[in-house]
Design a protein around this ligand. Structure first.
Ligand SMILES: [Zn+2]
Length: 314
């Protein structure tokens, strides 16, 4: 196993749950089991929603943020969290609209954004995503970051409507632009803009207030992520409401700050590369010490190692 990241078990478990999309994170599962045995009660609601515009909402909590559009044409959601959240997502949608769920747009393949695809499909919804989301969900490949294998997913969960570059939906009075961001968080990311409502869903191209995860083994790159930030900033103005993949709602200024952080990380790691330093050297120097406020499930060390690998392999 390549020596790449050595986070603590807690960090690793959180990471597995939060982003790589493994439903069966051993630590999370054990914790849920212990809680259920302790209380003998049905699981408490873990999701909450915020209305961000006319008939536009975001469902927060557990997994990636879900964008929701309701209206006379039905419901579109962007991403659908983990499988364990399916029931609560559907009951939340019922409180927002009595119309059927028509489309689920997956921003990328990770299981915390695609975990409920089967349950959503069973209600009659069409799952839509970039071509590479379907490809990735059908692949078994090595994730060197986690030192494990990402298993192919049940074909029933795969998107059935895919696109290569851009797609446009006209739905509930909105023009919905779906734009592929190449090799960013993964190799199949979409950024989605509700044009008239001036709302952008970034998927995991944007972690608000946190160091981002770049899924290098899943085709992602630090440079692509910076480009995805720039593409979204070009579509935004001072009134744009930005839905990040993880974290609270954001503004254009927040996204600019996030891009500046990524560019600083890139500059510092590239300088180390030029000086012939190893990833270990940069970790030992703790070159991101002054940005420790962004550390969460990706801490400073993880961020340095991911950036180093992305920039040295390009
Ligand atoms: Zn992700």
């Amino acid at each position: 196993m390549p020596r790449f990241i050595t986070p603590s078990l807690i960090t690793l478990a959180a990471l597995l749950t939060a982003c790589s999309g493994q439903e069966t994170s051993a630590a999370a599962h054990a914790e849920a089991q212990a809680k259920a045995e302790e209380t003998q009660e049905a699981p408490k609601p873990v999701l909450s929603f915020e209305t961000i515009g006319e008939n536009l909402h975001v469902i927060f909590g557990s997994g990636g943020n879900v964008g929701v559009s309701t209206g006379e044409d039905g419901i579109i959601i962007i991403d659908d969290k983990f499988e364990r959240n399916a029931e609560e997502i559907l009951s939340t949608l019922k409180t927002l609209s009595d119309q059927p769920l028509r489309y689920v747009l997956n921003t990328h393949y990770h299981g915390d954004h695609t975990g409920s695809n089967i349950q959503m499909k069973e209600t009659g919804a069409t799952i839509m995503a970039h071509d590479n989301v379907r490809k990735r969900m059908g692949m078994t490949f090595e994730n060197k970051v986690f030192g494990r294998v990402t298993e192919a997913r049940d074909p029933e969960s795969w998107p059935t409507l895919t696109f290569s570059d851009t797609a446009t939906l006209y739905f509930n009075g909105h023009q919905v632009n779906v734009i592929h961001a190449p090799n960013a968080h993964t190799d199949g990311d979409s950024i989605i803009k509700f044009v008239e409502a001036n709302v952008i869903h970034m998927g995991d191209n944007y972690f608000n207030g946190l160091f981002p995860y770049v899924d290098v083994d899943g085709g992602g790159s630090l440079n692509g992520m910076i480009a995805a930030h720039s593409a979204a900033l070009d579509m935004a103005d001072g009134n744009t409401k930005i839905i990040p993949g993880h974290g609270p709602m954001a503004t254009k200024a927040d996204l600019e700050e996030a891009r500046a952080l990524l560019m600083t990380i890139k500059e510092r790691v590239e300088l180390g590369l030029k000086q012939g330093k190893s990833a270990d050297d940069l970790v030992n120097e703790n070159i991101l010490q002054d940005y420790s406020k962004y550390a969460s499930f990706i801490n400073e060390e993880n961020m340095i190692r991911i950036a180093y690998r992305s920039l040295s392999e390009q």
